[in-house]
Design a protein around this ligand. Sequence first.
Ligand code: GUN
Length: 291
Amino acid sequence: MTIIDGKKISEDILNEISLEVKQRTNKGYKTPHLAAILVGNDGPSQTYVNSKIKACEKVDFKSSLFSYDSNISEEKLIDEIELINNNDDIDGFIVQLPLPNSINQENILNSVNPNKDVDGFHPINYGKMTIGIDSFIPATPYGILELFKRCKISLDGKKCLVIGRSQIVGRPISILLSQSNEFCNATVTLAHSRTIDLDKLALDSDVIISAIGRPEFLKAEMVKEGAIIIDVGISRVKDDSSKKGYKIVGDVDFKNVSKKASYITPVPGGVGPMTIAMLLRNTLVACRKND
Ligand code: GUN
C-alpha cells in the first residue's frame, strides 16, 4: 500500500511555479497576481482562503483578498467583480464558495471574466473542459489528475466510482476521468444521494474518489482489495484534545481502508494541498496569457 503524499507533490509543484516566477521576473515579465473574494465569516472558507493567500507568498505571487459582509447584495458583489475583471494587474481571481443563500451563485460565477476564472467555474470554461478544449480546470479535480500523473497511476479502462456530484469536484472529475487522456480513459460511475446499492458499486470499483464531506463514510467492507482510494472529504470533527477544538477528517475510514488499498490519499496532506497548487498553476497560466 502506498500513501500518496499530496503535500510533498504539491510542494514540488510550488517549487516549479516559484522557479518560473523568478525566471519571468529576471526577464522583466509581470508578477502573477491572484485575488480572492470572501463573503461572510464561514470558518472553513476563511481557512481555505488564508491558505491560498499564504501559498501566493511562497511562490512570490502578488495576492489580494477582498472580504465582504454576508449581507452584501448580489448587485454590489457583481459591481465589485466587475472592478476586478477590469483591473489589469490582477491575472486571476476566485470567489470562495459557498456564498450566503441570499446570493445567487450562478449569477456571481457568470459575472467572472472567463480569462481570469482560475477556478474554472464559469460556464465557458466548464463547457470547454467538458468537451476537452484547453481551459482552466477546477483546481481540486485538476489536483487529483496531477496526483495520478505524478504517481504514474494509469486509470486506463479501470472501473472508477466518484461519490458526490458537486459542481466543484464530483461532476468535473467524473467528466475528466472518462476522457481520452494519458492518465484517464476510465469507465466512470457518478454516485450521489439517490444512488441505489452504493456499497455494491463501491465493492466492484478499481478506483474510488469520495467527495461528499461525510466523516469516515467509506468503510473497509465497501472497498475491494487493491483499490485506489482518493479522499476529497474535509470535515471538522469535535476534538477536545486539539488546541483548535476540532480535527480534520476525510470521507474515508483511513485506518481500515488503507489495509486493503493499493494507493490511498490521507486527510490532511492528500488532495487538499494539491487544490492550492493547481489554483496557483492556473493563475500562472492566466498571467502568461497577458505577456
Ligand atoms: N469551496 C470549496 N472548494 C472551493 C474551490 O475549489 N474554489 C472555490 N472558489 N470555493 C471552494
